[in-house]
Design a protein around this ligand. Sequence first.
Ligand SMILES: O=C(O)/C=C/C(=O)CC(=O)C(=O)O
Ligand SMILES: [Mg+2]
Length: 223
Amino acid sequence: MASSRSLARFWEWGKNIVCVGRNYAEHAKEMGNALPAEPLFFLKPSSAYLREGSPILRPYYCSDLHHEVELGVVIGKRTQAVSQEAAMEHVGGYALCLDMTARDTQKECKKKGLPWTLAKAFSTSCPVSEFVPKEKIPDPHKLKIWLKVNGQLRQEGETSSMIFSIPHLISYISEIVTLEEGDLILTGSPSGVGSVQEGDEIEAGIGDILSMRFKVAQQTRRS
Ligand SMILES: O=C(O)/C=C/C(=O)CC(=O)C(=O)O
Ligand SMILES: [Mg+2]
């Protein structure tokens, strides 16, 4: 198991960002989706990471950029086909994450049966907070995660409402994708996702444990 010290800057060296979707019933409902029978997941590249102080860039091809606030689980050691019972031993800590989504692009991809890469994997699509060592969060299923845009509350969810628990997600994902130390799992968004515009300020937090702020800017196209 890596020490919290080495995981403290996981975004600099963690390889895989695994994002779980439709893991809150209210969010699945607001997007018009049925509840999943088993976890749904997709990937972002590690170049999607963004830290406070730099802006979220709305991609040039997107006219409806959405915020999704999610609890992130940072993997502490190599994890392959772990059981649910042993899964929490593989957690090194947590972080708050945004799964920024080009919603109009995602709708087009869904219509055409295409993967969600353009909608979910663009540069700056994964803003993250500071790292929280596992010892500081005794029960990750008892947290409130929230998000405001320009001071107005948009999302407030309880992690107890996840359809698939964190051990279930780690066990399921690790049978398909081997997870490495420093990898991150985004556990899905509660309801209340919505649009942000150039110049908006997003503030998000885990209860009163931590908060983070990001500005939204427009990506300019090179040619
Ligand atoms: O199915 C849709 O229309 C949208 C699904 C998502 O964007 C899934 C997530 O990323 C999530 O639930 O957090
Ligand atoms: Mg999401």
